[in-house]
Design a protein around this ligand. Structure first.
Ligand SMILES: [Zn+2]
Ligand SMILES: [Zn+2]
Length: 194
């Protein structure tokens, strides 16, 4: 949540004046009784009118100082979510995905509809899908311009023999090698960026 808030402020600070004014207009439109705060009732009324995909209890996340109402900066985070997160749903639990989530790489690259999962559903394998290679949205973005060397190695099939000079022979590196080999062997069944 803190990341969303920081992102919203960063975009706002770098936005042209007319876009900043739109954000303020959004805030004023939500504050229907004009008391300078957006109450839970005003927030819910707004969701019912146009953004039913946002959970009502998202209000508690937005209300960072827990004073029971939203100030401009808290509403700015809502504005950012409304503008950037519409239509991204978890295929496991149907939650709206506003933070980090996982996407099927094959669907992302080839079909018009992406297949996305919240971290909890992906972790607990609460989904059935014909593809099994998922990346989180941060790594997926980086992958679009070529993965850094570490990730390239991580995603490629493992070499059968590791260069022993680089690894040394202490227990830690042996354990690390064993982990890497294990992940490589597991690659065909489950996908991991590690
Ligand atoms: Zn889910
Ligand atoms: Zn897929």
């Amino acid at each position: 949540m803190e990341e969303l808030h920081e992102a919203a402020i960063a975009y706002y600070n770098n936005a042209p004046r007319d876009l900043q004014r739109l954000a303020w207009n959004f805030y004023l439109a939500l504050d229907t009784d004009g008391d300078g705060r957006v109450s839970y009732a005003e927030y819910v009324k707004f969701l019912q009118q146009s953004y039913g995909w946002i959970r009502p209890n998202f209000f508690m996340d937005l209300d960072r100082n827990r004073d029971g109402s939203l100030d401009f900066w808290e509403v700015l985070t809502l504005y950012y979510v409304v503008k950037t997160r519409g239509g991204v749903w978890c295929q496991g639990c149907q939650a709206c995905l506003v933070g980090l989530y996982f996407s099927c790489v094959a669907c992302f690259d080839s079909s018009s509809r992406s297949y996305d999962l919240c971290p909890a559903c992906y972790k607990r394998k609460r989904f059935t899908h014909q593809h099994n290679y998922f990346l989180d949205n941060h790594v997926l973005l980086r992958a679009k311009r070529g993965l850094p060397p570490g990730f390239t190695n991580a995603l490629a099939p493992r070499p059968a023999v590791y260069p022993s000079a680089a690894m040394g022979d202490d227990g830690l590196m042996e354990a690390f090698q064993a982990l890497e080999m294990g992940l490589a062997a597991d690659k065909s069944r489950s996908c991991s960026i590690m």
